[in-house]
Ligand binder design. Structure first.
Ligand code: KG4
Ligand code: ZN
Length: 328
């Protein structure tokens, strides 16, 4: 039984995983403390992690005895250094005092591995896409210990683009779920927004042009400028749906390219944006097996850290007790 700990940003999570099954999964979020600032304040996030880590680990352990924990897995990269240090320090102390192995897990790779939680193995090799508020990256997953990064965003992450477009449309934060809901009432073909593909063979992403195109669309033609208050419900829903369609088309095209270039014949999706209903509905059109995490494992959680930690333990991939917290 693996105890997983995750504190890379504004969440503090702990979970127990045994044989790929999630026994408990506890997440404390400090999002409400950051709302007044319009984004995560690292110092506030790390202090909230300090306050939450003890109670969260205790709640995840539940009625289990400490002796039942076979290893402690912690997300030690990438993330905010202050938050990372809280989880890493706690995991080091627990592993040392219990006399059990410590496992250092990469947060982004754990997002990919989250597709196996409660489900079991998925088809490998695969092309993996992590789409979240901080990352938009493609991977070639040959095996869980053999993952190569193929490309990623050169500007905004896809979740970040969702959040910024939601701000432009004055919908609220976080924007992903709000646009997702609104898009179901809109016409995805109403506005022809750009699909940035970069170079012919590029596996990188760029979403800042799309975000700017939405801004200009909302603002309207020169001389006849408008604000969100001037738009009717239909226009706002059409804008949300058309933006989302541009995102989905771009992600699907890049997944196709990555499959062509690697020869992999299946897809794995992870990260907060993998909760998007439009994206989940569109992926089967790729015509290959697609693995998506259960909704509870899309956004940041410790179950995915324990899950990948379990696979790493089986492969003997154990960290030293002086494991470093690595922000990048
Ligand atoms: O993985 P995550 O919890 O945190 C990071 O590691 O970044 O992802 C959070 C991001 C936010 O940008 C949020 O707007 C987006 O995921 N998100 C969504 C949806 N649910 C969350 N984006 C689109 N559609 C959704 N349903
Ligand atoms: Zn994440």
């Amino acid at each position: 039984m693996i105890l997983g700990i995750e504190s890379t940003c504004d969440e503090t999570g702990a979970a127990l995983v045994h044989d790929g099954r999630v026994l408990s999964n506890v997440v404390a979020s400090s999002a409400a403390l950051h709302a007044a600032y319009g984004g995560v304040v690292p110092e506030i996030a790390s202090r909230a992690c300090v306050e939450s880590i003890g109670p969260v680990v205790k709640e995840a352990l539940g009625d289990h005895a400490w002796e039942q924990v076979d290893a402690v897995a912690v997300a030690h990269r990438p993330g905010l250094i202050g938050s990372l240090l809280v989880g890493v320090s706690a995991a080091q102390a627990l592993a040392w005092s219990l006399g059990k192995p410590l496992i250092g897990v990469d947060h982004v790779r754990a997002h990919l591995h989250s597709v196996t939680l409660d489900v079991g193995n998925v088809q490998l090799p695969a092309v993996g896409l992590v789409a979240s508020g901080g990352h938009t990256s493609l991977y070639h997953v040959r095996d869980w210990h053999d993952i190569t990064r193929l490309g990623g965003t050169i500007d905004d992450a896809v979740g970040e683009a969702y959040d910024k477009v939601a701000a432009i449309l004055e919908l609220g934060y976080p924007g992903g779920p709000l646009i997702d809901r609104l898009a179901t009432n809109g016409d995805p073909a109403a506005v022809k927004f750009p699909r940035s593909m970069l170079g012919r063979d590029s596996l990188d992403f760029s979403f800042s042009g799309l975000k700017t195109a939405v801004l200009y669309h909302v603002r309207g033609a020169k001389g006849r400028e408008r604000t969100v208050a001037d738009l009717d419900e239909r226009t706002i829903a059409d804008t949300a749906a058309s933006f989302q369609q541009a995102v989905i088309d771009t992600l699907l095209k890049k997944l196709e390219r990555a499959m062509e270039q690697t020869g992999a014949q299946s897809v794995i999706l992870g990260g907060g944006v993998s909760a998007n209903r439009g994206l989940r509905a569109a992926l089967p059109s790729l015509g290959v097996p697609v693995a998506m995490p259960k909704p509870a494992y899309c956004t940041d959680n410790a179950a995915m850290i324990a899950g990948l930690g379990e696979a790493m333990l089986a492969a003997g991939d154990i960290a030293d007790l002086d494991l470093a917290a690595v922000p990048n």
